[in-house]
Design a protein around this ligand. Structure first.
Ligand code: GLN
Length: 530
């Protein structure tokens, strides 16, 4: 079969959910075809690893250690694939590579220009990723909104790709917005028409329009949009606002999108959405309710903890339970955990709110509130235990207090020597050997597991002995036995007290929630007597 390309561009305004839209399109195809997603970002950072999560949302980490845009979270969760870091293209990467090519003399004396050289570089990049990964279908998401200068070269690249691969092998989907202004109470097509105009100026005519709207598009508005876009009405799909983004594949399917794709790209598509539907029903028919607190620094923006929120949603479906999230700003002195049935202390960097998080962990440990520590959460659980159970005064992490009296969390010598794109960071999938009979083992069900990492600091080996002597269980270690990957407190004393140096939320999915999150929610339900 000839490789097919589905390109999504966005119009009118940002934040309409291009990532979820293209991932949902892919989910309709993934049961039959090998689908490879590519995300194109316009910024000049080489990857989002160095970007502030408040501004940019969560940094998603892949098995291969790539730090990529959070849309990869959607791709992996909807497509069930493990993505690769070079599937995230940024203008930073593009320019870096084009300049390196130029310095190597690859352009043989030519004047290197944005068009065609940079645009061709991007186009060839898409083709190469498709070939290397033996993709049947490539999904190409172009970041930003049509008209953004920083994404123009991507647009030019896909325009020219259409000439190369032929119109039967590439499909352009444009995601736009149909507002219903208050007082007018009528669906308005003008913003969509204008954004289609912009797209046309760049030489692209979309084949499918998905219009975000708070209600189903009226026949009249579809007619209007169709008339200005040379499409027929069935090629215009409503991306209706939903309370649960996992419904989007179903919303698309109800409007016949998979058959539309099949016809346009000459594919045989039979989406298999039964299990997916069942989980969505489970969540909708939730007959239990609990509150889980997340104690974090970036509480002002849910996006910075997106995968944790998703992992909890997966648990909602799995346990047919409504989970309310209570965000706790640990920079404030006061926190109220009274109505909370479980607590997560997530990953983070720097010193803000650290002592507050340690207090919360102490409160969980002493009051047997189910607790899950993730990355920094594990490190702080160790610090709390070292201070308050082992009596190690001034126990801390050298990330915050360099010369503390008891550096129970520190950067190891071997880690200092790894100088790669993430600095000295331990990035990507690492295996862990799980202790049999442990809580963690009962949740994973395997002796050897693999989770993704993104951190520099580790539990200091000099303190392994005293921590274990005083009752902390190291339930998962790196295969060489040196690095602590999972800790827990005895299950006969605590309902649930577990933490990991990894980020298990990154691999959680609707059909397979992350084991440690399942453990937390199960314990929280128990605590509430449900
Ligand atoms: N700041 C800590 C470290 O670098 C934890 C990182 C994290 O939570 N992702 O080790």
């Amino acid at each position: 079969m000839k490789r097919k390309y589905i390109v999504i561009t966005g119009g009118v305004l940002s934040g309409l959910g291009k990532g979820i839209a293209i991932a949902s399109i892919g989910s309709l195809l993934a049961s039959k075809y090998k689908v490879v997603p590519i995300k194109c970002d316009g910024y000049l950072n080489v990857d989002p690893g160095t970007m502030n999560p408040i501004e940019h949302g969560e940094v998603f980490v892949l098995d291969d250690g790539g730090e990529v845009d959070m849309d990869f979270g959607h791709y992996e969760r909807y497509l069930g694939v493990s993505c690769k870091s070079d599937w995230n293209l940024t203008m930073g990467k593009v320019f870096k590579e084009v300049r390196e090519k130029e310095r190597r003399g690859d352009y043989l004396g030519q004047t290197v220009q944005m068009i065609p050289h940079v645009s061709d570089f991007i186009k060839n990049y898409f083709v190469r990723i498709g070939e290397e990964n033996k993709a049947d279908i490539m999904l190409i998401e172009i970041g930003g909104t049509i008209g953004d200068m920083e994404n123009e070269l991507y647009i030019d690249a896909v325009r020219s790709l259409r000439r190369d691969v032929g119109k039967d092998n590439i499909l352009f989907v444009h995601l736009t917005y149909v507002p219903i202004p208050s007082g007018v109470d009528e669906q308005k097509s003008k913003p969509t028409q204008q954004s289609l105009g912009l797209l046309r100026q760049k030489g692209i005519e979309p084949n499918i329009i998905i219009a975000r709207c708070s209600e189903l598009l009226s026949p009249n508005i579809k007619r209007k949009i169709a008339a200005t876009s040379n499409l027929i009405e069935e090629e215009i799909i409503t991306g209706i606002d939903v309370d649960d983004v996992y419904k989007i594949p179903l919303v698309f399917e109800e409007q016949g999108l998979s058959q539309l794709l099949a016809r346009k790209l000459n594919l045989a598509v039979h989406p298999n959405l039964e299990k997916w539907k069942e989980f969505i029903r489970n969540r909708e028919n939730a007959d239990k309710e609990i509150t889980i607190a997340i104690a974090g620094k970036y509480t002002s923006l849910e996006d910075s903890y997106a995968s944790i929120v998703e992992a909890l949603k997966h648990c909602m479906a799995h346990f047919s339970t409504k989970i309310n999230i209570k965000w706790i700003n640990t920079e404030e002195n006061h926190f109220d955990l009274e109505k909370v049935s479980g607590v997560i202390v997530p990953g983070g960097f720097g010193s803000r709110g650290i002592e507050g998080k340690i207090k919360i962990i102490q409160h969980c440990r002493e009051n047997k509130i189910p607790f899950l520590g993730i990355c920094l959460g594990l490190q702080l659980a160790v610090i709390e235990f070292a201070r308050n159970v082992c009596g190690l005064e001034g126990a801390n992490t050298t990330e915050i207090v360099k010369d503390c009296s008891n550096p129970v969390i520190t950067i190891l010598e071997e880690q200092k020597n790894i100088i790669n794109k993430g600095g000295t960071m331990r990035l990507g999938a690492y295996p862990a050997i799980i202790k049999e009979d442990s809580l963690v083992h009962s949740l994973y069900g395997f002796k050897e597991i693999s989770e993704r990492h993104r951190h520099r600091y580790e539990v200091n080996p000099e303190y392994h002995e005293i921590l274990q002597e005083k009752g902390m269980i190291f339930s998962g270690m790196s295969p060489d036995g040196k690095l602590v990957e999972f800790i827990e407190l005895p299950k006969n004393e605590h309902l649930y007290f577990a933490a990991t140096q990894a980020h298990p939320e990154l691999k959680s999915s609707l059909l397979k929630p992350a084991p440690l999150f399942k453990g937390l929610v199960e314990a929280a339900l128990k605590r509430k007597g449900l």
